[in-house]
Design a protein around this ligand. Structure first.
Ligand SMILES: Cc1cc2nc3c(=O)[nH]c(=O)nc-3n(C[C@H](O)[C@H](O)[C@H](O)COP(=O)(O)O)c2cc1C
Length: 301
């Protein structure tokens, strides 16, 4: 029997549904035994979010400051797994606080050490730089990352910003005003997650994950676009300054977060369209470099 552990955190249930669908073919096989570990912070984050709590999560998310989590069950800590499916979401271009808190805890080393890990990301559309941070933390926990699948909202960036705000602040994954598309990962992508489970099952059978990244990519499992990567890189630089500013010693945290909120909206609605135009103009001369970078982030050769 192969022992598989699914580790996840999900507020709305979206990532839980993706993980369940992905794992379904593995669960149905008669030689895999599956355990689940739902990461839970001692003090749960709100869902739906209020405007205040949402922006308040920014500096600690970005600076990857951990919170206390409820310890994993003892039987999970004591087992040695053959594979871990690690499902996480992105908060402010970084792994969400509960995910980061687990990865930085002593439990991560105990559970993930010397174990193959496949990450499953469910986010709006910007995960690449966050994944670099997760790669580092998995390596620090002595885990062995063997593959990645990302699930994103495929609508254009600005539409997905409007719809996710509606979803996060109302708790309802519904069409805003009946006109906008549904927020988050499309139901057809969530339903189709099992195709990646089949690819993974094949690798478990052979006990060889070597070609997994290429196969997951060819099956449409690594969704990102060059412009989103560029925005992610640039925003990381700005978020680094902003998060340090908000956390700096002098008081007025709520005022500083108010300034950050204004910056964020300007960045999304004014700065990013200008950067997009510049990106389009310079794309032909930068194409080779961008292609190389994209293959690295996709984890393919
Ligand atoms: C505080 C916060 C910040 C977020 N920041 C990002 C982000 O930087 N990039 C992104 O693609 N999605 C972002 N999202 C969306 C989440 O990654 C995720 O898709 C959404 O919260 C649903 O996940 P769930 O399964 O936990 O409900 C953010 C969500 C929250 C609540």
């Amino acid at each position: 029997m192969k022992k598989i552990l699914v580790i996840y955190y999900s507020q709305s249930g979206q990532l839980k549904e993706i993980s369940n669908n992905l794992i379904a073919p593995i669960k149905e096989s008669d030689y895999c035994e599956i355990d689940y570990y739902n990461i839970q912070p001692e003090n749960p984050f709100p869902f739906p979010w209020s405007g205040k709590s949402f922006y308040d999560a920014f500096p600690e998310s970005f600076q990857q400051i951990p919170v206390d989590i409820i310890p994993p069950p003892k039987d999970i800590l004591d087992k040695k797994y053959d594979l871990i499916i690690f499902s996480y979401q992105v908060w402010f271009l970084s792994p969400s606080i509960p995910i980061n808190s687990f990865l930085k805890s002593s439990y991560a080393k105990k559970i993930m050490g010397d174990t193959p890990i496949i990450t499953v990301i469910g986010c709006r559309n910007m995960w690449v730089m966050s994944h670099e941070k997760v790669k580092k933390l998995i390596a620090q926990a002595n885990g062995n990352l063997v593959g990645n699948v990302s699930f994103v909202d495929r609508h254009i960036n600005h539409v997905s910003v409007i719809t996710i705000v509606h979803w996060m602040f109302s708790g309802k994954k519904t069409k805003l005003y009946g006109i906008f598309p549904k927020p988050g990962v499309a139901q057809r992508d969530i339903d189709a997650a099992s195709k990646f489970g089949e690819i993974i099952l094949n690798k478990i059978e052979k006990d060889d994950f070597k070609d997994l990244p290429n196969e997951l990519y060819n099956a449409g499992g690594v969704l990102t676009k060059p412009f989103l990567v560029l925005m992610d890189q640039k925003a990381n630089k700005m978020f680094s300054l902003w998060s340090k500013f908000v956390l700096s010693k002098n008081k007025n945290r709520s005022f500083k977060l108010f300034l950050f909120k204004i910056y964020l909206w300007l960045a999304i609605w004014i700065i990013s369209p200008i950067v997009f135009l510049l990106f389009l103009i310079t794309y032909p001369i930068k194409k080779r470099k961008i292609d190389r970078e994209m293959n690295y982030y996709r984890g393919i050769e």
